[in-house]
Design a protein around this ligand. Structure first.
Ligand code: NAP
Length: 496
């Protein structure tokens, strides 16, 4: 149960504690932040509002803890991560319950998120012992003018303190996708969870606590990003930032110091549909890609670019499937659940109104109750409508009819985002040409965009991000190359 049993110590009255120096703590100020349940629109949980002094303390502790963690053998780091993964999976139900209440994620998907997170932690431990167990050996005489008098040995060393900031939509999974690579690589960690999703994160962090990691190695400070975010991201104690979220990431990139950044930001993933596509396959992927978790996914299909000749047929198929989507509370595993906040629902409504005024065809009537927005397919969307370019992060999907593949590619590439995209065709040669022409981090052929499996490289270009995620890439990103050069008095190949 949430906040009970093994989790009882993370709660003080009705406020969840923050985690620093291996202990659950209360803020000295006594201030808290309310977490609003998107379904009931009432306060569900409260978390500590950490102050700058408390952040400073945590940074100091994390710095000290990292020094000894870096000297801990890799196999021991991996062992602890495997233990944490098992504990996390054991407690999947209470953590999933938090996700249901904090972010209105359907119950089954919430459980899946926790299990996937446990698997990610284990995979990361396994991958880490292998890739961090290898280095390079170079000899000097391959570069002009050199004899074989130098041997260079390279290995990967940790960066120091990693600041991890995940978004609300996958608070647990996107937190562990930063925590696990940071730890296996020998870094310590300060986690700033999203406000919606903070209690899920605190439960997850407690699983790492129960696994027995050294004190101070993992820390979790809570509070509104708008209040402590800048202080955290500009803190001199931070040696690396791994952030997932929206435009906030662009602002952070401009303010952060000279440290490695991993930024996974927004997307406007295009789905290009050619005349020869299997339209049933396309329709199911549009439903899965556009409406899962009510469209609140970075890799959701956010615009359909379909050839005019097959557009009517495709729109009919998608409409029929939209009619079958269930709409309601997350506890009942509804397909469409309330979006995360009232302001998010208002933003989506603004995009819908703009499309209405500019003449889009509504395939369903627009309907909203509180934060719950019924799934909506907008046909005949044109480039002058906001929905053609902006990320609704809700269950509203625009369809733009195109007359050539080039038109589709042009629309995709004119976006300021470049996360993923997909193309549907039976012609693999055409698909490859289109994939190469699309300016996105990934192109899926004959399937909706997706972040997983979690060991695949995952990256956005343009305003969609900096760097690349995925287990191997994250481990590498959270390390630095260290070289040791053995200088020899004579070239080694002269004897014998
Ligand atoms: P967001 O508003 O940018 O928030 C992301 C995180 O940043 C939250 O933890 C938030 O904390 C924190 N934050 C807010 N202001 C901050 C500041 N000044 N300094 C530091 N941190 C700050 O994004 P969101 O609404 O949670 O998530 C939706 C967005 O994430 C969408 O744009 C989506 O496309 C993107 N996303 C991208 C990926 C990807 O991998 N590319 C994956 C998932 C989501 P508070 O909650 O306390 O404000």
């Amino acid at each position: 149960m949430v906040g009970t049993g093994v989790f009882a110590e993370i709660l003080d009255g009705d406020v969840y504690k923050y985690y620093g120096d291996g202990e659950w703590k209360k803020c000295a100020s006594g201030k808290s932040v309310a977490i609003i349940n998107p379904t009931t629109r009432k306060t569900q949980y409260k978390v500590q509002a950490c102050s700058q002094e408390e952040v400073n303390k945590v940074m100091e502790i994390a710095k000290a803890a990292q020094k000894s963690w870096a000297k801990t053998p890799l196999w021991k780091r991996a062992e602890l991560l495997h233990k944490a993964a098992a504990i996390l999976k054991e407690h999947k139900f209470p953590i999933a319950e938090c996700l249901v209440k904090e972010i209105a994620k359907p119950a089954k998907d919430s459980v899946t998120e926790v299990v996937r997170s446990g698997d990610l932690v284990s995979y990361c431990a396994e991958e880490g012992v292998r890739i961090l167990g290898e280095g390079k050996f170079l000899v000097s005489d391959s570069f002009p003018g050199n004899e074989r008098t130098k041997y260079c040995l390279t290995s990967k060393i940790p960066l120091g303190v990693v600041l991890a900031i995940p978004p609300f939509n996958y608070p647990v999974n996107l937190a562990v996708s930063k925590i696990a690579p940071a730890l296996i690589a020998g870094n310590s960690l300060v986690l700033k969870p999203p406000t919606q999703g903070a209690v899920s994160c605190l439960h997850m962090v407690h699983c790492f606590h129960l696994a027995g990691f050294p004190k101070g190695l993992i820390n979790c400070v809570t509070g509104k990003g708008s209040e402590i975010g800048d202080f955290l991201t500009m803190h001199p104690g931070v040696n690396c930032i791994s952030f997932t979220g929206g435009d906030t990431g662009i602002a952070i990139s401009k303010k952060a110091g000279m440290i490695p950044l991993q930024m996974e930001l927004g997307g406007k993933d295009a789905c290009i549909v050619l005349e020869d596509a299997d339209l049933d396959l396309v329709a199911s992927n549009i439903i899965k890609g556009g409406f899962s978790y009510s469209g609140q996914r970075c890799t959701a299909v956010k615009v359909v670019l379909v050839m005019e000749s097959v557009a009517d047929a495709l729109v009919e198929k998608v409409k029929a499937k939209v009619a079958k989507l269930t709409v309601g509370p997350p506890e009942e595993d509804s397909d469409i659940t309330p979006v995360v906040s009232e302001s998010s629902a208002n933003f989506i409504e603004g995009l819908v109104k703009d499309a209405k005024e500019k003449g889009a065809t509504f395939c369903q009537p627009y309907k909203r109750e509180g934060n719950l927005i019924w799934p909506l397919l907008l046909d005949h969307v044109r480039p002058d409508m906001r929905i053609a370019w902006e990320e609704p992060f809700g269950p509203v999907l625009p369809v733009i009819r195109i007359n050539s593949v080039e038109e589709g590619i042009h629309h995709c590439n004119a976006s300021n985002f470049g996360l993923q995209g997909c193309v549907f065709t039976r012609d693999i040669n055409k698909a490859m040409l289109i994939s190469d022409a699309m300016e996105t981090g990934t192109v899926q052929i004959n399937s909706a965009p997706a972040r997983g499996p979690d060991h695949f490289p995952f990256q956005g270009i343009k305003d969609s991000g900096i760097g690349s995620q995925g287990i191997t890439n994250s481990i590498n990103m959270m390390t630095k190359i260290k070289s040791t050069v053995i200088n020899l008095p004579t070239p080694t190949y002269t004897t014998g």
